[in-house]
Design a protein around this ligand. Structure first.
Ligand SMILES: NC(=O)c1ccc[n+]([C@@H]2O[C@H](COP(=O)([O-])OP(=O)(O)OC[C@H]3O[C@@H](n4cnc5c(N)ncnc54)[C@H](O)[C@@H]3O)[C@@H](O)[C@H]2O)c1
Length: 368
């Protein structure tokens, strides 16, 4: 089999994030965007014209097109599972934006359908495949910080209503700071340390109402229906202990994005919502932090690398890295943090996933 033969991709959802994905075939030869669709046909047509995509059509037409192998699902979170399941039913593998689904039950149905149909599910984020986090992974594997014993991950701010044009959904169930931003931090931690075994969490809503101060809806009030300060403790299967805080309630702080604490030193991991650095490390004996040059490529915004990796894996029959199983594990962790807070107890997770295999340094490390 030709392992680099192009994969025909049909895009569903032509909103804000679609542009960066539609540039991905310039970097990843294996991808061919064959068609795009949206509930809003104007958006689909506009993106088709801008990126020279041969066909803009309805979702039904896209799913019925026998030439399309993979659906790239860039719709909004509460329809990710529904659109994904429809694509699987039409016989197509799916790569979805995050989160995989907005709850565990939907996520389970999605993966169950993929298993029944023997098709692939991949899911964002794919930032862990960027040069920054892959460099961190290499450092850990080389033993540069010894055995990882603990990690912290912090995403704190005062919410998106000051800059996002339509921030209503951020304050509804299935969103909040954990479901919106948690996937970047949790996926990075799983890539670096492995899966999580047990969770405890504490959450609160600090402000019951938000006032939009971005322009279009300036002054509109939003009733807050989901926790906005979410703290989780994670026992990793490896024995390491993780602490994560995601918050829309904090004005200012001095906390790092992600740090990994090892028996021999500490690793400072870059913002997991980016592909590059900086990476720095300080071993037990060192007096100062040391900046580490990145060992891996894909340091610019390379959204689509996870889809390209899935396409190569489909051609060669190997596992893909940004897997549905890992995205489900992330979803399970996020939901369980909220449930632990409600129930006042530690909760053992029933899901797990494989730690994704590291990329080799260099461009097109798949051997294209
Ligand atoms: N915007 C960002 O910066 C960003 C960054 C990272 C990830 N994401 C993720 O990307 C996804 C999309 O975000 P966005 O900002 O592009 O949203 P968006 O609202 O700009 O675009 C979503 C598009 O999906 C279409 N759509 C909705 N339901 C549909 C359906 N059932 N069938 C067909 N089309 C449908 C909408 O018409 C819209 O054009 C979300 O999951 C989000 O979490 C966005």
């Amino acid at each position: 089999m030709n392992t680099t033969e192009k994969m025909n991709v049909g895009v569903i959802g032509c909103g804000q994030i679609s542009s960066i994905y539609l540039e991905a075939p310039r970097t990843f030869d294996i991808l061919n965007i064959a068609a795009c669709a949206d509930l809003d046909m104007e958006r689909a047509r506009a993106q088709a014209q801008r990126f020279a995509i041969p066909k803009a059509c309805s979702v039904e037409e896209l799913l019925a097109d026998p030439e399309i192998d993979v659906i790239l699902n860039l719709t909004i979170p509460n329809v990710h599972a529904e659109v994904g399941i429809a694509a699987l039913e039409a016989g197509k593998s799916v790569y979805s934006e995050k989160p995989l689904a907005i709850d565990r039950l939907q996520g389970q149905k999605f993966l169950h359908m993929a298993h029944q149909k023997q098709l692939r599910v991949g899911c964002a984020p794919d930032t862990f495949l960027g040069g920054g986090i892959q460099t961190c992974l290499q450092l850990i594997q080389e033993g540069q910080i010894g055995e990882p014993i603990a990690a912290t991950a912090f995403m704190l701010g005062h919410g998106p209503e000051s800059w996002h044009p339509d921030p209503y959904f951020f304050y509804q169930p299935g969103a909040g700071p954990m479901f919106d931003m948690g996937p970047y931090y949790l996926t990075a931690l799983i890539a670096l340390i492995g899966p999580v075994r047990r969770i405890s969490g504490t959450t609160r809503i600090t402000f019951s109402e938000r006032t939009i101060t971005s322009q279009a809806r300036y002054g509109t009030k939003i009733t807050v229906n989901t926790p906005t300060h979410v703290t989780g403790l994670m026992d990793f299967a490896s024995g390491a202990i993780g602490t994560i805080i995601t918050s829309f309630d904090v004005w200012h702080h001095h906390l790092p994005r992600i740090e990994i604490y090892g028996t021999e030193g500490t690793l400072s991991v870059p913002d997991p919502n980016t592909f590059g650095g900086p990476v720095s490390l300080r071993s037990a004996q060192e007096k100062e932090w040391r900046d580490i040059p990145l060992t891996h490529d894909y340091t610019k915004n390379s959204r689509g690398i996870g889809l390209a990796d899935m396409a190569y894996a489909m051609r060669s029959g190997t596992p893909h890295r940004a897997s549905g199983a890992m995205a489900f594990h992330v979803l399970d962790i996020m939901q369980t943090i909220h449930e632990s807070s409600q129930e006042g107890r530690h909760i053992e997770l029933s899901s797990t996933c494989d730690k994704p295999a590291p990329l080799q340094p260099g461009l097109h490390p798949w051997g294209a």
